[in-house]
Design a protein around this ligand. Structure first.
Ligand SMILES: *Cc1c(COP(=O)(O)O)cnc(C)c1O
Length: 518
């Protein structure tokens, strides 16, 4: 057990490390990302047989195939807790098949109604068990505080994942006034004794820059260790412990499609993913590497189309780009961190090439890959982007034609799948959020309003929950996930708003740790 070790994409870690350490460290010292030395292979029969197991056991099988340094019992417990009654369906991630052989993999049946739950119900448990293992081996002294900067979805999913996990506490920062009413209430009503939430004066970039400055402050780390025996860590999607759970649902989805009779065993499918940080689509790539019959990966962007342009040209260029506001804010991203792992794989793990490109990205705000890498990327990926109005139009069209209501992120994926699909090749689309997380724009879509239009007076006055009830009534939808529909009834616990500079964040972290110590 645990023979498969982790190397880093920039070659700074000389001796490969075990899974437990890769999870607790998150990021390699030189800024590189961890990947397993061996990608395990499964046969199509082994993959299809997974359909006979409950989802938790499917996930445990796949994690086990990665030969990580946790026991089968530990994996069974982690996945049993992660994928249980906290999801609103025992299928965990069911597939709804639409016309034209487009199959929607619904990844939003978890506690916070976004696909981040699929990974963030596992990561905290990996983290807690891994930290305990390292402590038992005498390799770790401190407990951890997770610090998260969020534009909305990640913060809530991380709070829910880390809530009441042993030996870990969590603080989440979101831009004050920059998240929806639903997203604010989801975070501000969070239960748990080890959690806190701060609004930050500024935008998401301010939150993220503030968090980064605090993470990179060696003196502060030393003082946290001295005063509290606490180390800071992050829960973002560069952690391999978030990626591996995402690989599992693509492998599982193939088995589900075969079991449902939607495809023949062995038929190749395309997978289309609405993409931001490149974590979700990268997981589909690794599922393909493991032997899942996936033909091509369809990368769907919103108006922040840096990835689509990269896949089409081989040049990643953010020097002239500005951030565009879209109805799919979780994909509003310029630097897609997980692309680094994909490039590492495409160059057959050439850490020097990666170090060079990432250096160019930092210093020159862009890089260009060599011809060989570009050619390999073009064999795997095709990409397209969807503008804001087309996104809203897609929500309306698919609802009118098929009675299926999508959130704006999923609509971007659906539209690209529809455009790029080839006859006879089934497409699996990653459906990444429940529509009720983004009720404002879903209302606009269904009422043929544009993104710039104000909601009509009476509607604008409604809380997020009341607006969702109105949409559901009008659309003839019988239920909204409990976690979203009950928000107006829960007490607001967190209302503190802080400045976004590193001093203010450091002070807030210390005040929270003081309170935790009492
Ligand atoms: C995070 C998120 C995405 C983007 O996923 P990446 O792994 O960052 O590419 C898409 N849709 C929703 C709803 C999300 O929350």
């Amino acid at each position: 057990m645990g023979e498969n070790r982790y190397v880093d994409t920039r070659g700074a870690v000389e001796e490969a490390i075990p899974f437990t350490k890769a999870v607790v460290d998150g990021l390699a010292p030189g800024g590189g990302l961890f990947v397993p030395q061996e990608i395990p292979a499964l046969t199509v029969d082994e993959i299809c047989a997974l359909a006979e197991l409950p989802y938790a056991q499917r996930a445990a099988r796949i994690y086990g195939a990665f030969d990580i340094d946790l026991t089968d019992d530990q994996l069974a417990r982690i996945t049993g807790e992660a994928y249980g009654n906290n999801f609103d369906t025992p299928e965990i991630c069911p597939i709804t098949s639409l016309d034209d052989d487009i199959h929607m993999l619904e990844l939003w049946h978890g506690p916070t109604s976004a696909f981040k739950d699929m990974a963030l119900q596992c990561l905290p448990r990996f983290f807690s068990v891994s930290a305990a293992e390292l402590r038992a081996r005498g390799q770790l002294e401190d407990t951890h505080m997770i610090l998260v900067a969020t534009s909305g979805d990640t913060g809530k999913a991380a709070l829910e994942g880390f809530c009441d996990v042993d030996g870990i506490c969590i603080g989440v920062m979101y831009p004050d006034g920059g998240v929806s009413d639903i997203q604010f209430k989801q975070m501000a009503t969070q239960r748990g004794g080890n959690v806190t939430v701060w609004g930050v004066r500024g935008n998401f970039d301010d939150c993220q820059t503030g968090a980064k400055n605090v993470f990179n402050d060696g003196d502060f780390a030393a003082s946290l260790h001295e005063r509290y025996r606490v180390a800071l860590s992050s829960a973002n999607s560069i952690n391999w412990g978030r990626l591996m759970p995402q690989i599992a649902y693509y492998v599982s989805a193939y088995a589900q499609l075969v079991a449902a009779g939607s495809i023949e065993r062995g038929t190749e499918i395309d997978v289309c993913v609405p993409t931001g940080n490149f974590g979700n689509i990268l997981a589909a790539y690794y599922a393909k590497r493991m032997g899942t019959p996936i033909r091509r990966l369809l990368c769907a962007s919103n108006e922040n189309r840096v990835l689509t342009d990269f896949i089409n040209t081989g040049t990643y260029d953010i020097s002239e780009r500005t951030f565009v506001k879209t109805p799919s804010p979780s994909m509003d991203i310029l630097v897609s961190s997980n692309l680094e792992r994909q490039l590492f794989e495409l160059t057959e793990r050439d850490a020097n090439a990666i170090k060079g490109w990432m250096g160019d990205l930092r210093e020159k705000r862009g890089f260009r890959v060599d011809r060989d890498t570009f050619a390999k990327m073009r064999e795997l990926y095709i990409a397209d982007s969807v503008d804001n109005e087309e996104c809203l139009r897609t929500i309306r069209e698919v609802f009118d034609a098929q009675g299926y209501l999508m959130d704006p992120h999923t609509a971007v994926g659906y539209k690209v799948a529809e455009r790029l699909r080839e006859d006879g090749v089934p497409v699996l689309v990653a459906s990444t959020a429940h529509w009720a997380k983004f009720g404002n724009n879903v209302y606009r879509a269904l009422h043929e309003l544009s993104l710039a239009d104000d909601l009509p007076g009476e509607v604008a006055k409604l809380t997020g929950c009341a607006l969702n009830r109105l949409i559901a009534d009008e659309a003839g939808i019988s239920s909204i996930p409990a976690g979203l529909s009950e928000l107006d009834d829960l007490p607001i616990r967190f209302t503190e708003v802080i400045d976004g500079n590193a001093d203010a964040i450091r002070a807030a972290v210390c005040a929270f740790l003081d309170a935790q110590a009492r």
